[in-house]
Design a protein around this ligand. Structure first.
Ligand code: SF4
Ligand code: SF4
Length: 341
């Protein structure tokens, strides 16, 4: 993988060029927190080391997406694929791993045309980060990203070290800047940042990631599910902020003149009460404890079997968003402790 050095002036020229050609979504500071938004001017972009509260999955898998248009008069249906070229910048390594998992899900079987078309047209640019008190990606092997991006920027004292992940990324970088080959001192700065990052974690899982499916398999009847279920609001925030949660519901809207209908998909969440409700009002995961158990098992067990990879990347967003303080590392470590005793 080639690495280049771009100075601060070159970085600005790169951003200007990208903004002229593509919609660029990147991180800005709002109320002291980094959030993704469309970048209009290069100066707006803040490549924050802090994690965003909301994940970038919405740019590939929007919260509400039109799939079909029906003409109710002639009975014809027209599929809709709303995909255009875009660049997402400021993706931390865990988010890059999460997008890799979404790619696996949406390519499975016949493949999801809407996602895959959007993904094909999207350029992914990663940036380095530092952990906060909820991050635990170092326990799940997602602290570094060696692939899955087109470009990856490491901020240095006097510029950026840029790793090239794809030919598309290389062309983009060279179109708008004149990058130099990275020198040893630049690589050493990157290494020093990695060491600082590793020392910054305050949370970790007390088992190897390979052991987690087994830990969860043996914890189905654990009393912890009742305990956390009794305080959970069933609000769905943990699902919605999670970069790897991909469940959706499909809804049809009919226009008032009854001439047209539209089919949408909207994000759904397994912690919401209606998620497992079926015809006749039956709900096969009525209790919040059952729904939480299901969510955690999806992350560490069910999807690992199906897609060959844990579906938690350790971003800590679910713990950060939970109003009652249900923390994924505490939950998992309690199960690990009892599984090992
Ligand atoms: S389960 Fe929580 S920590 Fe894991 S990827 Fe989802 S939001 Fe991040
Ligand atoms: S965010 Fe917390 S309270 Fe809301 S559903 Fe998830 S675990 Fe329950």
């Amino acid at each position: 993988m080639a690495s280049y050095f771009v100075d601060k002036k070159g970085f600005l020229a790169f951003l200007k060029g990208v903004i002229k050609k593509y919609p660029l979504y990147g991180t800005v500071e709002r109320d002291g927190f980094p959030v993704f938004k469309k970048i209009e001017e290069p100066e707006e972009l803040v490549l924050s080391a802090k994690p965003t509260h909301l994940s970038p999955k919405e740019f590939l898998f929007p919260p509400r997406e039109l799939l079909l248009r029906f003409n109710l008069e002639d009975g014809k249906a027209e599929p809709v694929v709303e995909a255009r070229e875009q660049v997402i910048m400021g993706l931390h390594p865990c988010d890059i791993h999460a997008i890799g998992l979404l790619d696996r899900v949406f390519s499975h079987g016949r493949g999801d045309v809407n996602y895959l078309e959007r993904r094909k047209k999207t350029i992914l640019i990663g940036t380095e980060c530092l952990p906060d008190e909820f991050c635990f990606c170092q326990s799940l092997g997602t602290m570094d990203a060696d692939e899955g991006f087109d470009l990856f920027f490491h901020e240095l004292k006097r510029g950026y070290l840029v790793r090239v992940g794809t030919e598309k990324g290389r062309r983009l970088l060279k179109r708008y800047t004149k990058p130099e080959k990275a020198a040893k001192k630049h690589l050493e700065e990157v290494k020093a940042h990695r060491e600082k990052k590793l020392k910054g974690f305050t949370r970790c899982l007390d088992a190897r990631k390979e052991e987690l499916p087994l830990v969860y398999a043996g914890s189905y009847e654990h009393p912890l599910w009742e305990r956390i279920g009794s305080i959970c609001y069933g609000c769905g925030s943990c699902n919605h902020v999670c970069p790897t949660c991909y469940c959706f519901d499909v809804r049809d809207d009919v226009t008032l003149d009854l001439k047209e209908a539209r089919r949408y998909r909207v994000w759904d969440g397994c912690t919401l009460e209606d998620f497992a409700k079926v015809a006749g009002g039956h709900n096969f995961r009525k209790d919040r404890s059952e729904r939480l158990r299901h969510r955690f098992n999806r992350k560490f067990r069910y999807l690992a079997d199906r897609f060959d990879g844990l579906f938690c990347v350790g971003c800590g967003r679910c713990s950060r968003a939970c109003l009652v303080g249900i923390n994924i590392t505490d939950v998992t470590n309690e199960l690990i402790k009892d599984a090992k005793s």
